[in-house]
Design a protein around this ligand. Sequence first.
Ligand SMILES: *Cc1c(COP(=O)(O)O)cnc(C)c1O
Length: 391
Amino acid sequence: MAHWNRLTQELDQWRREGRYRPLTVWNSGSGTWMELNGRQVLQMSSNNYLGLTDHPALKAAALEAIETYGVGSGSVRTITGTLDLHDQLEQELAQFKQTEAVLTFQSGFTTNQGVLGSILSENDVVISDALNHASIIDGIRLTKAQRKIYAHKDMDQLEDVLKQCSSFEQRIIVTDGVFSMDGDIAPLPQIVELAEQYDALVYVDDAHASGVLGKHGKGSTDHFSLHGRVHIQVGTLSKAIGVVGGYVATSQVLKDYLIHKARPFLFSTSAPPSIAAACLAAIRVLKQSSVLQDRLWQNTTAFRQSLIHLGFNTGASETPIIPIMIGEPAITMRFSDRLLDEGLFAQGIVYPTVAQDQGRVRLIVTAKHTDADLAFALDVIARVGREFGLI
Ligand SMILES: *Cc1c(COP(=O)(O)O)cnc(C)c1O
């Protein structure tokens, strides 16, 4: 069809460049071993850090909510779409995060759109880490605020930018808590100090830190004991929490403001009751015990050390996100394909998601991987790594 000529040409170009990726269709739920084309494959690419996607307490809560409330919420939050379950989830999350208030959204992505899109005016400047997530970049694009980017985690550059920005009405520093492609942690204590020195707000997106960092998985603010000094904490309910959704943990004033202003909140239907109920159950699981989080970190440390011992370059990883740095996009994707031949799924990540020479296979360790699973993965990675001359 003539209508799609330009799109077809672009798709063809991506095919030529080896960037065209058909969707992988799995025949089982998220887990450590998943079925793909009739074969069991060890999964090391999901964000299901604590294995909560099939936790019995979450499943029971979701089923009960469906029986009681039905499957949909029927409206946006501001009309008839705020059920007591949504309210309860926000209250328990605020208590868990030790903030005045929490407002939930349909996803982490829409949280960033809703919050950044609402709070930034043309008199403000937003100062953003170069490796921040796409949803932060898009959220900023929705506003007329001035944008400044500092090199990844470069605190000297951040300070220079802050010095240049004293004339703006408001300065907001935005950072991921844990960076999704490298698995490194933002230098939040230094960011908070600079923010206090130069009168800026601190906005941290804890998508990969929720359930992973801090006591009981409370996130990066708790990890660094910065309670009360980080103004806006965004979290996701879609990764370690095992369900779907996003939230902002902040002041009551900002919550009230967002209820009147955040467009995804105002103009898109709220989460189904089963989702709110499952998220509530997940927060209670986290609060009750840190067994899963402890296991996650034991697995993470052991697995990363083994990779380094074998001679792989795991980049800047400090968390369960562990890249194996390779470089060339085509080689990276071939490495990932070979791992899959051998029964291990580890997503290759290449340009334009990361720089041209920074291609990597990204492994994500979870609490549910057994010692035998991790030994299997290491054996496969070592064999394929030798084949590619990486070790
Ligand atoms: C995954 C992610 C999001 C999006 O969260 P969803 O709940 O999946 O929409 C936002 N920010 C960061 C940093 C992420 O890694």
